[in-house]
Design a protein around this ligand. Structure first.
Ligand SMILES: [Zn+2]
Length: 296
């Protein structure tokens, strides 16, 4: 019989905590070209894959996913282009295959494509071999569509399994962006061993889905006004700026792309680009920079 957690000997709880751990901070003294703050916008182009992962029965939820392609991504790309800002799009392979032209446009406009699973599967439900196979096939798919081998990953739903880091090392990735041990970049440590993989940390606080998601048949409803969401995001940026750190934001085309919400991104871009000492870059560029600066 499995022991209950309160009966575990010390080595068991220590091993669990140390399986994947934050190591050295990778917050540089200053950012590229002497800037004081780095900003990383990410857009998780899940589109229909959340519903497909759940069985693909709801045509209505599927249509919400399609909105992400038809309206969300174009509005986001236009906002980024207006401010000449480059960003990272994490795309499940199935969403990429459904919308190949979208991925080609994202790549052609200078943005990064990052791995986001095959069909937005939950890694912690998969055996190692399956998780590994899906991640490698996802990397192959994005490479074919975007013309570049992806160097980074965001686990779908930020569901990081006990095998995920091992597979990321096998893939030779530069960075992950799914964990939450810091505000600023850090090095991932696996069972006490520094991996050289850069973590660009996320947080639910800096994720549009938390505030806006809605589900017809359960109690999930949007609970924060768009103006309040903007306020939270801007405060996160403002403090990162004061501290000389990283502001990393996660948005979803099928959540933020709406007429009443896209202004949040547009206003953030307008405010942030007014400051000449902020570096807006893709996740790959930021990971590359901190690795060179801090892991020499
Ligand atoms: Zn996602």
């Amino acid at each position: 019989m499995q022991q209950q957690p309160w009966a575990w000997p010390e080595n068991i709880w220590r091993d669990k905590v140390n399986h994947v751990r934050a190591g050295r901070t990778l917050k540089p003294a200053q950012w590229k070209n002497g800037t004081r703050c780095a900003v990383a916008f990410s857009f998780d182009s899940d589109h229909e894959t959340n519903e497909l992962r759940d069985g693909g029965k709801s045509i209505g939820r599927m249509s919400q996913g399609q909105y992400g392609n038809r309206k969300g991504v174009p509005r986001i790309l236009d906002a980024l282009a207006k401010h000449d800002a480059k960003a990272t799009f994490f795309v499940p392979a199935v969403a990429a295959l459904l919308y190949e032209d979208e991925q080609r446009r994202v790549a052609a406009e200078g943005h990064e494509l990052g791995i986001h699973g095959w069909i937005h599967e939950l890694n912690s439900q998969l055996p190692y071999e399956v998780e590994r196979d899906l991640m490698f096939r996802a990397a192959d798919t994005l490479e074919r569509l975007g013309g570049k081998r992806p160097v980074g990953m965001r686990t779908p739903s930020w569901d990081f399994s006990p095998d995920t880091l091992r597979i990321q090392r096998e893939l030779g990735l530069l960075y992950d962006s799914s964990l939450m041990a810091d505000d600023d970049p850090y090095e991932l440590v696996e069972k006490g061993e520094p991996t050289g993989i850069v973590e660009l940390p996320v947080e639910w606080i800096r994720d549009d889905a938390v505030y806006f998601n809605m589900h017809r048949f359960n109690g999930l409803r949007p609970h924060t006004a768009p103006t309040d969401v903007y306020d939270i995001f801007f405060r996160e940026f403002e403090r990162a700026y004061q501290e000389g750190g990283l502001f990393l934001l996660t948005m979803h085309p099928h959540i933020t792309g709406y007429r009443s919400r896209i202004w949040i991104l547009e206003k953030l871009l307008a405010e942030i680009t007014q400051r000449s000492d902020v570096w807006i870059a893709t996740h790959a560029e930021i990971a590359d920079f901190v690795k060179a600066e801090c892991l020499r």
